[in-house]
Design a binder for this molecule. Structure first.
Ligand code: ZN
Length: 287
């Protein structure tokens, strides 16, 4: 960890990217994905350049299907010093798969990514945060060391299978061999307001996001941020507008994301989960 007495930034922020394209949605079947044009390379390069400029690192949760179709992009992300983790193969919600289907999905995607990069894949994030209790058991069995799918969210149309867990606010041991990196969500009474990124990041003005992040860090000494390449792509086709909430969550504020991320990378030292782990030995709560 860089130790600098002059530092005004109290803690690093964990920067994560869910590497998928604009059409990789559970609302479309895998067979239909081929009909749509790839758009993720340009916004991914934009993210990589912004991270490089600030000498920052991130964890990229890569979809196996993307790794198959864009192997050079995944290799480049790895070559530029970022951690490659898994977002599964086909972006299917965990709680809509059988245990056998999920096991095959995570095993196949882990092996694809490891063959591409030559590095061990240690982390997993469930598509749309759809993790389940049995899914965690299988992650552990398949050799993953951490999960990052716990995000209490009162705006979600379907609740995650991890609804039984209280978010302690910082990493904790969720299974004997598995650490959970939860996503910040502010709680007002029984209401959970996501604060970690994605569509919610586009929705909140930057100053408001920073205020919430600061308050979270003050209480938990931890913050994890996530974004998708399509969150920076204001020209993307707009086909997910079935409800006004899905339309806002998907398309609001696309033009401002780039600038907001630049400001965030200036305000915080951003790092990957892998680097955070090295810096934070002993910081993970047990129990
Ligand atoms: Zn995703």
């Amino acid at each position: 960890m860089r130790i600098d007495a002059e530092r005004v930034k109290p803690l690093d922020m964990i920067f994560t990217v869910d590497l998928e394209d604009w059409f990789c949605s559970p609302e479309l079947s895998l067979a239909d994905w081929k009909r749509y044009p790839f758009r993720l390379e340009k916004p991914t390069h934009l993210l990589l350049d912004m991270l490089d400029e600030k000498n920052a690192k991130g964890t990229f949760f890569v979809l196996g299907w993307i790794a198959e179709h864009k192997p050079e992009l995944v290799k480049e992300i790895h070559r530029r010093g970022h951690e490659i983790a898994s977002h599964g193969y086909a972006h299917r919600l965990v709680y809509k798969q059988s245990r056998l289907e999920f096991k095959k999905d995570i095993r196949h995607s882990k092996s694809l990514l490891e063959q591409l990069t030559g590095s061990e894949v240690r982390g997993y994030r469930a598509p749309c945060f759809s993790m389940t209790e049995w899914g965690l058991d299988l992650l552990e069995e398949e050799g993953f060391n951490y999960d990052s799918s716990l995000m209490p969210n009162s705006f979600a149309e379907e609740s995650s299978g991890l609804g039984g867990y209280t978010n302690p606010g910082s990493p904790f041991r969720i299974k004997e061999g598995l650490i959970e990196y939860p996503l910040p969500a502010h709680r007002i009474g029984s209401f959970h307001i996501p604060w970690a990124g994605g569509g919610y990041y586009r929705l909140y003005p930057y100053e408001m996001f920073r205020y919430g992040a600061k308050s979270w860090m003050k209480h938990h000494r931890y913050f994890l941020f996530y974004i998708h390449p399509y969150d920076l792509d204001k020209e993307q086709p707009r086909i997910f507008q079935s409800t006004w909430t899905s339309s806002i969550r998907r398309y609001y504020g696309l033009g401002g994301t780039h600038r907001k991320i630049e400001r965030m990378l200036t305000d915080y030292d951003c790092t990957s989960i892998e680097h955070y782990e090295h810096q934070a030995v002993g910081r993970v709560q047990h129990g």
